[in-house]
Design a protein around this ligand. Structure first.
Ligand code: FPP
Length: 260
């Protein structure tokens, strides 16, 4: 186990047993998460839905911390989808307020740990008070390189593809004969972010819900029945153990890098 994990994992704990099964030379570079089940978590406890979102911010902190300790380079979190505007006004307002409070509270932690904040989605349409906070923390952390936290805000995968097409069409210098997958990727919101290797979804739904449609072409998918507010480091370790058991063939008959 790498030294920086030793203080983070309790000796003799379930987490320690899981971490010992990990091959640290084969961790994913990029983990993406669909944080689902906050509402059901709250309902089960006879609490308002927003209590589930508030509890979900604790899991956000935990998954960020755990990725950083493992040395994972990119973590993308689906925090607000284009479809989420359909929810009751009060719930939508609370989600943006929680985001603002989270960034206000955690900005020093992000700076101290050399985390970088990046945002994907139609950010111009989010409430100004949340946008200002996001822009402030993005600017504050823009030169950091340890862990990039990509927040998907007002994000839709189909929108992202349509926006990329619009940008290509509006780029007068673009020679359409040179268009290929790699070039197209540069026009997506995720330009400069490698594709996710592992996609995690909580609360048992078997859907991708318009999340990173282009980028998850070859991602391994891991689903837990547990709700997002119950997500802890052990879940991430379990996902990584499963990920390492899969053979990533990318359409080939051999796993990547193996020709025997
Ligand atoms: C899905 O649960 C979760 C969301 C729509 C939002 C996720 C937001 C947070 C965890 C809090 C704020 C985020 C950050 C980054 C600080 P759901 O409401 O769809 O649950 P349900 O399917 O049980 O109704």
């Amino acid at each position: 186990m790498p030294d920086n994990l030793k203080d983070f994992i309790k000796p003799g704990s379930e987490e320690e047993l899981l971490v010992k099964q990990l091959d640290f030379s084969r961790l994913p570079r990029h983990v993406a998460v669909i944080m689902d089940g906050n509402g059901r978590w709250a309902k089960k406890r006879k609490l308002p839905r927003v209590a589930g979102h508030r509890a979900g911010t604790k899991s956000v902190r935990e998954v960020v911390e755990t990725c950083a300790h493992l040395g994972i380079e990119y973590l993308t979190l689906y925090a607000f989808s284009k479809e989420n505007w359909k929810r009751p006004k009060k719930e939508v307002a609370t989600l943006w307020r929680l985001l603002k409070e989270f960034l206000k509270r955690e900005d020093k932690v992000l700076v101290k740990n050399k985390f970088r904040l990046k945002v994907i989605g139609q950010i111009e349409a989010i409430p100004a008070f949340a946008r200002r906070e996001v822009e402030r923390v993005k600017e504050l952390t823009k030169n950091n390189t340890r862990l990039t936290i990509v927040l998907a805000l007002n994000y839709g995968g189909r929108d992202e593809i349509v926006d990329a097409v619009k940008n290509i069409v509006n780029d007068k210098d673009f020679d359409i004969d040179t268009l290929n997958e790699e070039k197209f990727s540069q026009y997506l919101y995720t330009n400069c972010v490698p594709d996710p290797d592992l996609l995690i979804r909580t609360s048992g739904e078997l859907r991708v819900s318009n999340f990173l449609l282009w980028q998850i072409a070859y991602a391994e998918i891991w689903i837990t029945q547990d709700f997002w507010p119950d997500f802890r480091k052990k879940h991430l370790f379990q996902a990584l153990i499963d990920y390492q058991k899969r053979e990533r063939r990318f359409g080939d008959i051999y796993p990547q890098g193996d020709q025997n």
